[in-house]
Design a protein around this ligand. Structure first.
Ligand SMILES: [Mg+2]
Length: 395
């Protein structure tokens, strides 16, 4: 079960409408990208992982990720035993100083301890766990301790509409069967971020009623004062969490927002490795941690985040804004953690989410998803068909 090949295949889907109709603070995007990592062993086992620099909106970084996977990390792990994903994680993270790291029992990271290097590392780590589980004929959550659940509540992740259409948009999610809705707030409502934000929140809450869950996500786009004012004004609308009220560059500020409101604070989609999450916890900056498998460093790092969170009495709600492969991988993580009560389900048409894998992600009539029980991620991907259908290079 030695690693024979490590490949990174970027995929691209043009977004004809320019995104979600109303641009978020991240702007309008005319394409969505994802990089599928494919690893094959000398005995023919194949596993997949995903990297999505810029959450699928950064074409240029795809070249960096592909180069790191195929020319930097990949060659370093060729010949390694694929059934040792944790060891290989440490080998990739510490690079030439692996021996020091293992001898001292502490990290001695290579240059590239955050950013696209860790994203690339995470894609490889996902593929190795996929291979390891497939070699044993079990889903990944079995390898991660046996699992806590095989079915998970979801929330519809969207909510970009302006105040006059926000209620209608959220109601459409509920009509699809979702029991909770996440809407965007923050700089997209500038210049009156609090007043406009509250108007949109009120419209959504009135439309979906009090039985449905409602979360807010500011993408870290507010300053502390704005975030505190918005949070306090939103409290009467029964908000389940307020996500990234301020930037991850300001965990002290996030703590002060948390202290100023009764609404739980969530964060983590822009943070790397369990070391970052240790520091979020140390800052007491959040109630709910949101590692993204394709950012944090794959299953190895995300599982460690789950343990740290559990020890701090915090929940985990994985961030998932990628292709269907990332969604199914994240289901395996969520099934394996004791403290993961809900999972993100992206809204807005995107074939990389809706068509890449059969069957596509879907909810049942109670707004839940079932964790696939097959080997690895429990689903298969036809990478050659995807490469033809979603070419990264345009002619
Ligand atoms: Mg978010």
């Amino acid at each position: 079960m030695k690693i024979r090949t490590v490949e990174a295949v970027p995929l691209c889907w043009p977004v004809p409408s320019g995104g979600h109709g109303r641009p978020s603070d991240y702007g309008r995007h005319d394409e969505s990208v994802a990089i599928i990592v494919r690893i094959e062993t000398d005995d023919g086992l194949v596993g997949f992982g995903e990297v999505h620099p810029g959450y699928g909106y950064t074409r240029g970084a795809c070249w960096s990720v592909k180069a790191i996977v195929e020319r930097e990390l990949g060659p370093e792990i060729i010949g390694q035993d694929a059934s040792r994903p944790e060891y290989i994680w440490e080998k990739m993270y510490n690079g030439p100083r692996l021996d020091i790291a293992l001898a001292y029992g502490q990290s001695a990271p290579r240059m590239g301890r955050r950013g696209v290097t860790v994203c690339a590392l995470g894609g490889i780590d996902m593929a190795l766990w996929d291979i390891f589980a497939r070699s044993l004929g079990v889903p990944i959550y079995k390898l991660l301790g046996g699992g806590y659940r095989t079915r998970l509540p979801t929330y519809a992740s969207g909510g970009h509409a302006a105040a006059d259409e926000a209620g209608e948009e959220a109601l459409a999610y509920v009509a699809k069967g979702f029991r909770a809705v996440k809407m965007r707030v923050g700089a997209m409502d500038a210049p009156r971020v609090v007043e406009e934000g509250v108007a949109r929140i009120r419209a959504v809450r009135e439309a979906i009623g009090r039985d449905a869950g409602l979360m807010l996500d500011a993408h870290g786009s507010l300053n502390e004062a704005q975030a505190i004012r918005l949070a306090r004004a939103a409290e009467e609308y029964d908000i389940d969490w307020f996500e990234e009220p301020v930037s991850s560059d300001n965990w002290n500020g996030m703590r002060r927002v948390r202290e100023a409101t009764a609404i739980p604070i969530s964060t983590g989609e822009n943070d790397f490795t369990h070391f970052d999450f240790r520091d979020i916890i140390a800052h007491q900056a959040a109630d709910i941690l949101q590692p993204d498998l394709a950012v944090v460093g794959g299953f190895t790092a995300a599982r460690r985040v789950g343990v740290l969170a559990h020890a701090a009495n915090l929940q985990v709600a994985p961030h998932i804004w990628g292709s269907a492969l990332l969604f199914y991988a994240s289901l395996q993580l969520a099934a394996a953690l004791p403290n993961c009560p809900i999972i993100e389900f992206r809204q807005g048409a995107n074939p990389l989410f809706d068509e890449l894998i059969a069957p596509p992600p879907a909810i049942d009539d109670e707004g839940c998803v079932t964790v696939p029980s097959g080997p690895g991620f429990g689903v298969d991907i036809d990478l050659e068909a995807a490469r033809r259908r979603y070419p990264f290079e345009r002619t």
